[in-house]
Structures are given as structure tokens and as C-alpha cells.
Design a protein around this ligand. Structure first.
Ligand code: RTP
Ligand code: MG
Length: 136
């Protein structure tokens, strides 16, 4: 059964020229792209997207970072797409959690600059796709 997940190549991934690398890994895994857009988002969109972290100490920094430059928002589709992309991304901390062979493990050093986002559940995916692609 096919499902959809919301992927972001965060501003650090875009500025480092890793958009093609991330998309290649998604495609090589066998997943497909259902929508894709390069955009710079307003704070309100980032606040909605990361609402679950509103009380965290890093929330302000996270919003500054996500709104600080263009990012690429992608709807990725395929069998178990949500878990499959989380596996490609690797753990949140690129050094302590993500292993080599994952996007974060191969290209990241700091938890804030961890290159990609992927929805963490079917509920999150549905909620996030509505925020980023309301017409899909
Ligand atoms: P994401 O939502 O971006 O896919 O990442 P995730 O599920 O692996 O991690 P999550 O716990 O949802 O955290 C969201 C993002 O917040 C930033 N973060 N900074 N400074 C810090 O301690 C800290 N902790 C988290 C990261 O960019 C993380 O991806
Ligand atoms: Mg998350």
C-alpha cells in the first residue's frame, strides 16, 4: 500500500548543494516524487510545521534556521514511504545517532544543521502535507 510523507531539504542542504544528492537517494530507494517546490517560508509556516516543539529551548533558533533561506519541500510517495525516508535520513543528531550511509550520517555534523526533515507518523504526514501543499 502506498503512502505519502513530507520531506524538506532544509536551508543548510540547499546552500551546500545537496538537493540532487537527497533526491537521488529518494529515487534510488524506489520512492517517487508527488510534488516539489523551492521556497523561502514565513515564520508562521515554520511555526505550524514545528508546533510540537513550541515549548523547547531550541524553538526560536529552529525557526530562524528554517526561515533563513530557501528550502525544498517534497511530497514523497511509495510503500511505507514515511519509515523508508526516516531510514534514509538517519537519526536526528548527525554524529551521535545517524549512522554512515544515511543522509545525516554522511553529510551532517550538528543537530540543528541536519539537512533534511521527514514526517514521523501518518498523522504528522497528513498534517504537514496540508501545510506545505494545501492544493495537493
Ligand atoms: P525533523 O522533525 O526535522 O525531521 O527532525 P527529527 O524528527 O529527527 O527531530 P525532532 O525531534 O522533530 O527535532 C526537530 C528539529 O529540531 C532541531 N533540533 N535542534 N538544538 C537542539 O538541541 C535541537 N534539537 C532538535 C533539529 O533540526 C531537528 O531536526
Ligand atoms: Mg520531527
Amino acid at each position: 500500500m502506498s503512502e505519502r510523507t513530507l520531506v524538506l531539504v532544509k536551508p543548510d542542504g540547499v546552500s551546500r548543494g545537496l538537493v540532487g544528492e537527497v533526491i537521488a537517494r529518494i529515487e534510488r530507494k524506489g520512492l517517487s516524487l508527488a510534488a516539489l517546490e523551492l521556497r523561502t517560508v514565513e515564520r508562521s509556516v515554520a511555526e505550524q510545521h514545528y508546533a510540537e516543539h513550541a515549548e523547547k529551548g531550541f524553538f526560536g533558533d529552529l525557526l530562524d534556521f528554517i526561515t533563513g533561506g530557501p528550502l525544498v519541500a517534497i511530497v514523497v510517495e511509495g510503500p511505507r514511504a514515511i519509515s523508508a525516508f526516516r531510514q534514509l535520513a538517519g537519526g536526528t543528531d548527525p554524529v551521535d545517532k545517524a549512522t554512515p550511509g544515511t543522509i545525516r550520517g554522511d553529510f551532517g555534523l550538528e543537530v540543528q544543521f541536519n539537512l533534511v526533515h521527514g514526517s514521523d507518523s501518518t498523522e504528522s504526514a497528513e498534517r504537514e502535507i496540508k501545510i506545505w501543499f494545501p492544493n495537493l
